[in-house]
Design a protein around this ligand. Structure first.
Ligand code: 5GP
Length: 175
């Protein structure tokens, strides 16, 4: 297996924490049907592993978003590249994200999805960079809090590469 930078969170740590998250989410949604919404493309590996830890009734849908770029980033304007296939009205929705950084993407997603009148709406992120937040946004489930470093692996990319690493690594400019 090729390596990008240094390992920050290894595959055993990922598996253990995701099992805990799965247990917590299964407990919180016991007796309900959950609609998970994976945010493409980064959350794919996390969602796939999290799903296997859920012992409740669950469906899966996906959204792809992209920010408009630096100029509009501060306004939190996000472009929907792929919308959900199914309506979420009356559903218990859990957005599954790879990482929450400034919070702008999740803030936007929370706003547009809550406009569709779900029964409930929560967010689960594998990674959280609290120190980078520019907007206060609710994130109900957090896998790991990490410091302000650019990370790759386990779904997260650098120029579309490294998503296949089984661990989270940081690359401080030396890819
Ligand atoms: P936010 O709107 O919270 O600033 O942006 C979150 C998005 O920025 C993530 O979904 C991810 O695509 C990207 N991002 C933020 N930090 C990192 C990082 O350290 N590594 C990678 N690969 N993507 C990041």
């Amino acid at each position: 297996m090729f390596k990008a930078g240094k390992i920050l969170i290894d595959r055993q740590q990922l598996a253990a924490r995701i099992a805990e998250l799965g247990e917590e989410i299964s407990r919180d949604y016991a007796g309900k049907q959950l609609t998970t919404v994976g945010i493409l493309r980064g959350a794919v590996l996390f969602l796939a592993d999290l799903l296997r830890e859920l012992n409740i009734s669950v469906t899966v849908d996906f959204m792809a978003v992209s920010s408009y770029g630096a100029a509009t980033k501060s306004s939190g304007v996000v472009r929907i590249l792929k919308d959900l296939d199914d309506p979420i009205t009356g559903r218990h929705v859990l957005v599954v994200e790879d990482i929450v950084d400034t919070g702008l993407t999740i803030d936007y997603l929370r706003r547009i999805l809550s406009d569709r009148s779900p029964a409930s709406l929560k967010v689960c992120t594998l990674l959280n960079k609290q120190s980078r937040r520019v907007i206060d946004v609710d994130v109900e489930y957090i896998g790991f809090d990490i410091e302000d470093r650019f990370v790759v692996g386990y779904g997260l990319d650098f120029q579309q590469l490294y998503r296949n690493l089984p661990h989270i690594a940081y690359i401080d400019g030396e890819v």
